[in-house]
Ligand binder design. Structure first.
Ligand SMILES: Nc1nc2c(ncn2[C@@H]2O[C@H](COP(=O)(O)OP(=O)(O)OP(=O)(O)O)[C@@H](O)[C@H]2O)c(=O)[nH]1
Ligand SMILES: [Mg+2]
Length: 334
């Protein structure tokens, strides 16, 4: 366990929605030297905290900051979450996964501020990019994407197993044209990063000014805990911001969901992202969908099921709720 006065080596893992950040952190956790304690701070766009539930299974001490608006979240809620995490875990290393829909600038401001000077030792910022996305001009123009790339000390092409050679080559050419020059560039798949990349001191490049957008203001203090799942076994939460909408559920674990009905829901082509850790009639499952690619893995039993949808267009939450209730075998009267 680390000496509490020694700054905690810390890395940000950045990248757009669904690029593979959580997968990369899981893979790093599997490379953790025995006896070390690693902590993960994860901020998801949605409110129900799927990534935290997945990451806990790899033995990290996880702290979630739900809710997508980084202007709000990167300030006080993040500081409180981070302080509690460090106090509780006394980690030897800290990994931070911000939402793929956020700008990293506020987080970097917080982490490099005076307050954390003696607490954290910020190592290279690693940004994951799906080379296939570079073919879409809207991605290259997207300000969140540009900020994530600008903030990178190391650029990593992920999902190369799904890319053609030309797409990987185009990524290399694109990366070589970016300023500042000379940043390390790697290719990988399934988020496989080397632990060695986490160390080293690197100057942080400037990132663009935070966007102006309308948002609610963070309350002073921590986010209130969600209601108990036993009192309220079916909880629906929605979030909106950054041009995206999320609908999430927390569900009592005794309500088992039908896997096929969940998959049908997940394949809705209006969705940009579907994530779930659910109790199905065949056991626990971790379901992930990005760009129509589905991954289903067996999962460990959790204290509740969680489901989350993210879409650019606003979906009718009650319509989605009906679908999910049907998947749980509930009728309108239930
Ligand atoms: N084929 C393939 N799938 C991948 C790769 N990396 C990640 N995935 C899959 O992509 C999906 C999304 O991965 P995540 O790690 O959850 O992505 P993320 O960036 O954390 O997503 P958000 O937190 O929602 O922004 C999962 O189904 C992963 O299994 C890869 O290199 N190749
Ligand atoms: Mg994630």
């Amino acid at each position: 366990m680390s000496d509490p006065v020694r700054p905690v080596p810390t890395n940000l893992i950045l990248g757009f929605l669904g690029v593979g950040k959580t997968t990369a952190i899981l893979d790093l956790l599997r490379q953790k030297p025995e006896g070390e304690v690693w902590a993960v701070l994860v901020n998801e766009f949605g409110e129900v905290g799927i990534d935290g539930a997945i990451l806990e299974t790899e033995g990290a001490v996880v702290r979630e900051i739900p809710g997508g608006c980084m202007c709000c979240v990167a300030g006080l809620p993040m500081q409180i979450g981070l302080n509690q995490l460090i106090a509780r875990a006394k980690p030897d290393r800290l990994l931070i996964e911000p939402t793929g829909l956020g700008h990293p600038s506020q987080i970097l401001d917080t982490l490099t501020g005076e307050y954390y000077q003696d607490v954290l030792k910020l190592g290279p910022v690693i940004t994951l990019v799906d080379p296939r996305k570079l073919e879409d001009p809207r991605v290259q123009d997207n300000v969140q994407f540009r900020d994530q790339v600008a903030a990178a000390d190391i650029l990593v092409a992920n999902k190369t197993d799904l890319c053609t050679d030309n797409q990987v080559h185009a990524f290399d050419q694109w990366a070589a044209r970016l300023a500042p020059e000379g940043r390390p560039v790697f290719h990988t798949n399934h988020g496989h990063l080397s632990v060695g990349w986490l160390d080293g001191t690197a100057a942080l490049p400037e990132v663009s000014e935070p966007h102006a957008h309308h948002h609610h203001h963070a309350k002073e203090g921590d986010t209130p805990p969600p209601p108990s799942i036993h009192e309220n076994p079916w909880q629906l939460v929605t979030n909106r911001g950054q041009g995206h909408n999320s609908i999430g559920w927390r569900i009592h674990p005794e309500l088992m969901l039908d896997e096929n009905a969940i998959l049908a829901m997940a394949m809705d082509d209006r969705l940009q992202r579907f994530k779930a850790v659910i109790h199905t009639r065949d056991g626990w499952r971790v379901v992930n969908v990005v760009d129509g690619a589905v991954t289903i893995l067996p999962g460990e039993p959790r204290e509740l099921s969680r489901v989350e949808l993210i879409s650019a267009e606003a979906l009718d939450a009650s319509e989605m709720d009906q679908l999910l209730r049907a998947a749980a075998g509930l009728t309108d009267q239930d």
